[in-house]
Design a protein around this ligand. Structure first.
Ligand code: PBG
Length: 324
């Protein structure tokens, strides 16, 4: 069937027709909103490169969570900014750590908002790497025990789901084992399964104060040119017990999202990361793009590629538009 018998424009002629044939629909249900929690009271400090996103103390965070729930967003993911950093990232697995306190406060006030926690050491270590350092290199196996302790302390504080983002080999298995031994078999793991060493994390490192103090993360995060390796990484995490697998970043990795969705039958998450967000904000501020329109197009493309859920700093503003 071809022109002039078939005229594709027939089904584009007005918004109602377009609505009828639309293949991908965004909803607030798709979003997970990332939040940064810090010590103190009454703190709400905007992150310079991420307008509308804040480092907040627990009291303000709980208010924010009320609003997030009100917008129909089902889940948040927490990142902590500790009081002190040290070589071994102690606050990451302290039962009194900032994330642990935030979990208790949110679950106490808003029990039906899903609280996911990012499990990693980089925000808590003085050197800013995601694992223990020995002779200038990141130690894989010694790090696993600390990550498992961190995940366990999040679960004990009431986290609904844990999300390891460190990219050490074997961490999903190590976390699953500890959670199961301690009676948390019902806490799912969302694995940052294919996480690339990306320039798009720049603004996040300001937000979470987690810039590596020497070197970079290329010895543990994936090399951006690789896609077959992503399939191996995802397969490994599934074997080790991941319940949801994530691709990160999203926008430059839509092909990876698509392949992961086609290859495996687990829910797929995609992380629309800080740099992707900040570029939209910067472009809109300069008047070079229509920020809202570009935001919706980006989020739609991530879903169209195959993501079942999207971690995004746009969650609130996108939900406001979708709820109109
Ligand atoms: C922690 C972590 C990072 C992000 C999520 N978890 C930073 C990194 O790996 O350097 C990035 C999120 C973003 O850029 O929005 N390892």
């Amino acid at each position: 069937m071809s022109y002039p018998i078939y005229r594709p424009r027939r089904l584009r002629s007005n918004e109602n027709i377009r609505r009828m044939v639309r293949e991908t629909r965004l909803s607030p249900d798709d979003f997970i909103y990332p939040l940064f929690v810090t010590h103190g009271k009454g703190v709400k400090k905007e992150i310079g490169s991420m307008p509308g996103n804040y480092q907040q103390s627990v009291d303000n965070l709980v208010h924010d969570c009320d609003e997030i729930k009100g917008l129909g967003i089902p889940a948040v993911i927490l990142f902590g900014i500790p009081e002190h950093k040290d070589e071994v990232g102690s606050e990451a697995y302290s039962d009194d750590g900032i994330v642990q306190r935030a979990i208790r406060a949110i679950k106490n006030k808003i029990p039906d908002l899903i609280v996911i926690t990012d499990v990693c050491l980089c925000e808590y270590t003085s050197h800013g790497h995601c694992g223990l350092i020995k002779n200038g290199t990141v130690q894989n196996d010694a790090t696993l025990e600390l990550l498992a302790r961190e995940a366990l302390s999040h679960a004990k504080a009431g986290a609904d789901m844990v999300a390891p983002s460190d990219m050490m080999d074997g961490r999903v298995g190590a976390i699953r084992k500890v959670l199961d031994t301690e009676g948390f078999h019902d806490v799912p793991i969302m694995a940052y399964a294919a996480k690339y060493a990306s320039g798009f994390y720049g603004p996040f490192r300001e937000a979470a104060e987690s810039t590596p103090q020497f070197g970079d993360r290329r010895s543990y995060q994936m090399d951006p040119p690789n896609s077959r390796e992503a399939i191996r990484e995802v397969a490994l995490d599934i074997e080790e017990g991941a319940d949801i697998v994530m691709v990160k970043p999203a926008l430059s990795y839509l092909d990876i999202i698509h392949q992961v969705k086609q290859t495996f039958n687990l829910p797929v998450a995609a992380y629309n990361v800080s740099g992707e967000f900040s570029m939209v904000k910067a472009g809109a501020k300069l008047g070079w793009i229509d920020g809202d329109r570009v935001m919706m197009e980006i989020l739609t493309s991530i879903k169209r590629a195959g993501a079942d859920m999207i971690l995004t700093y746009h969650a609130k503003e996108a939900a406001v538009l979708l709820n109109k």
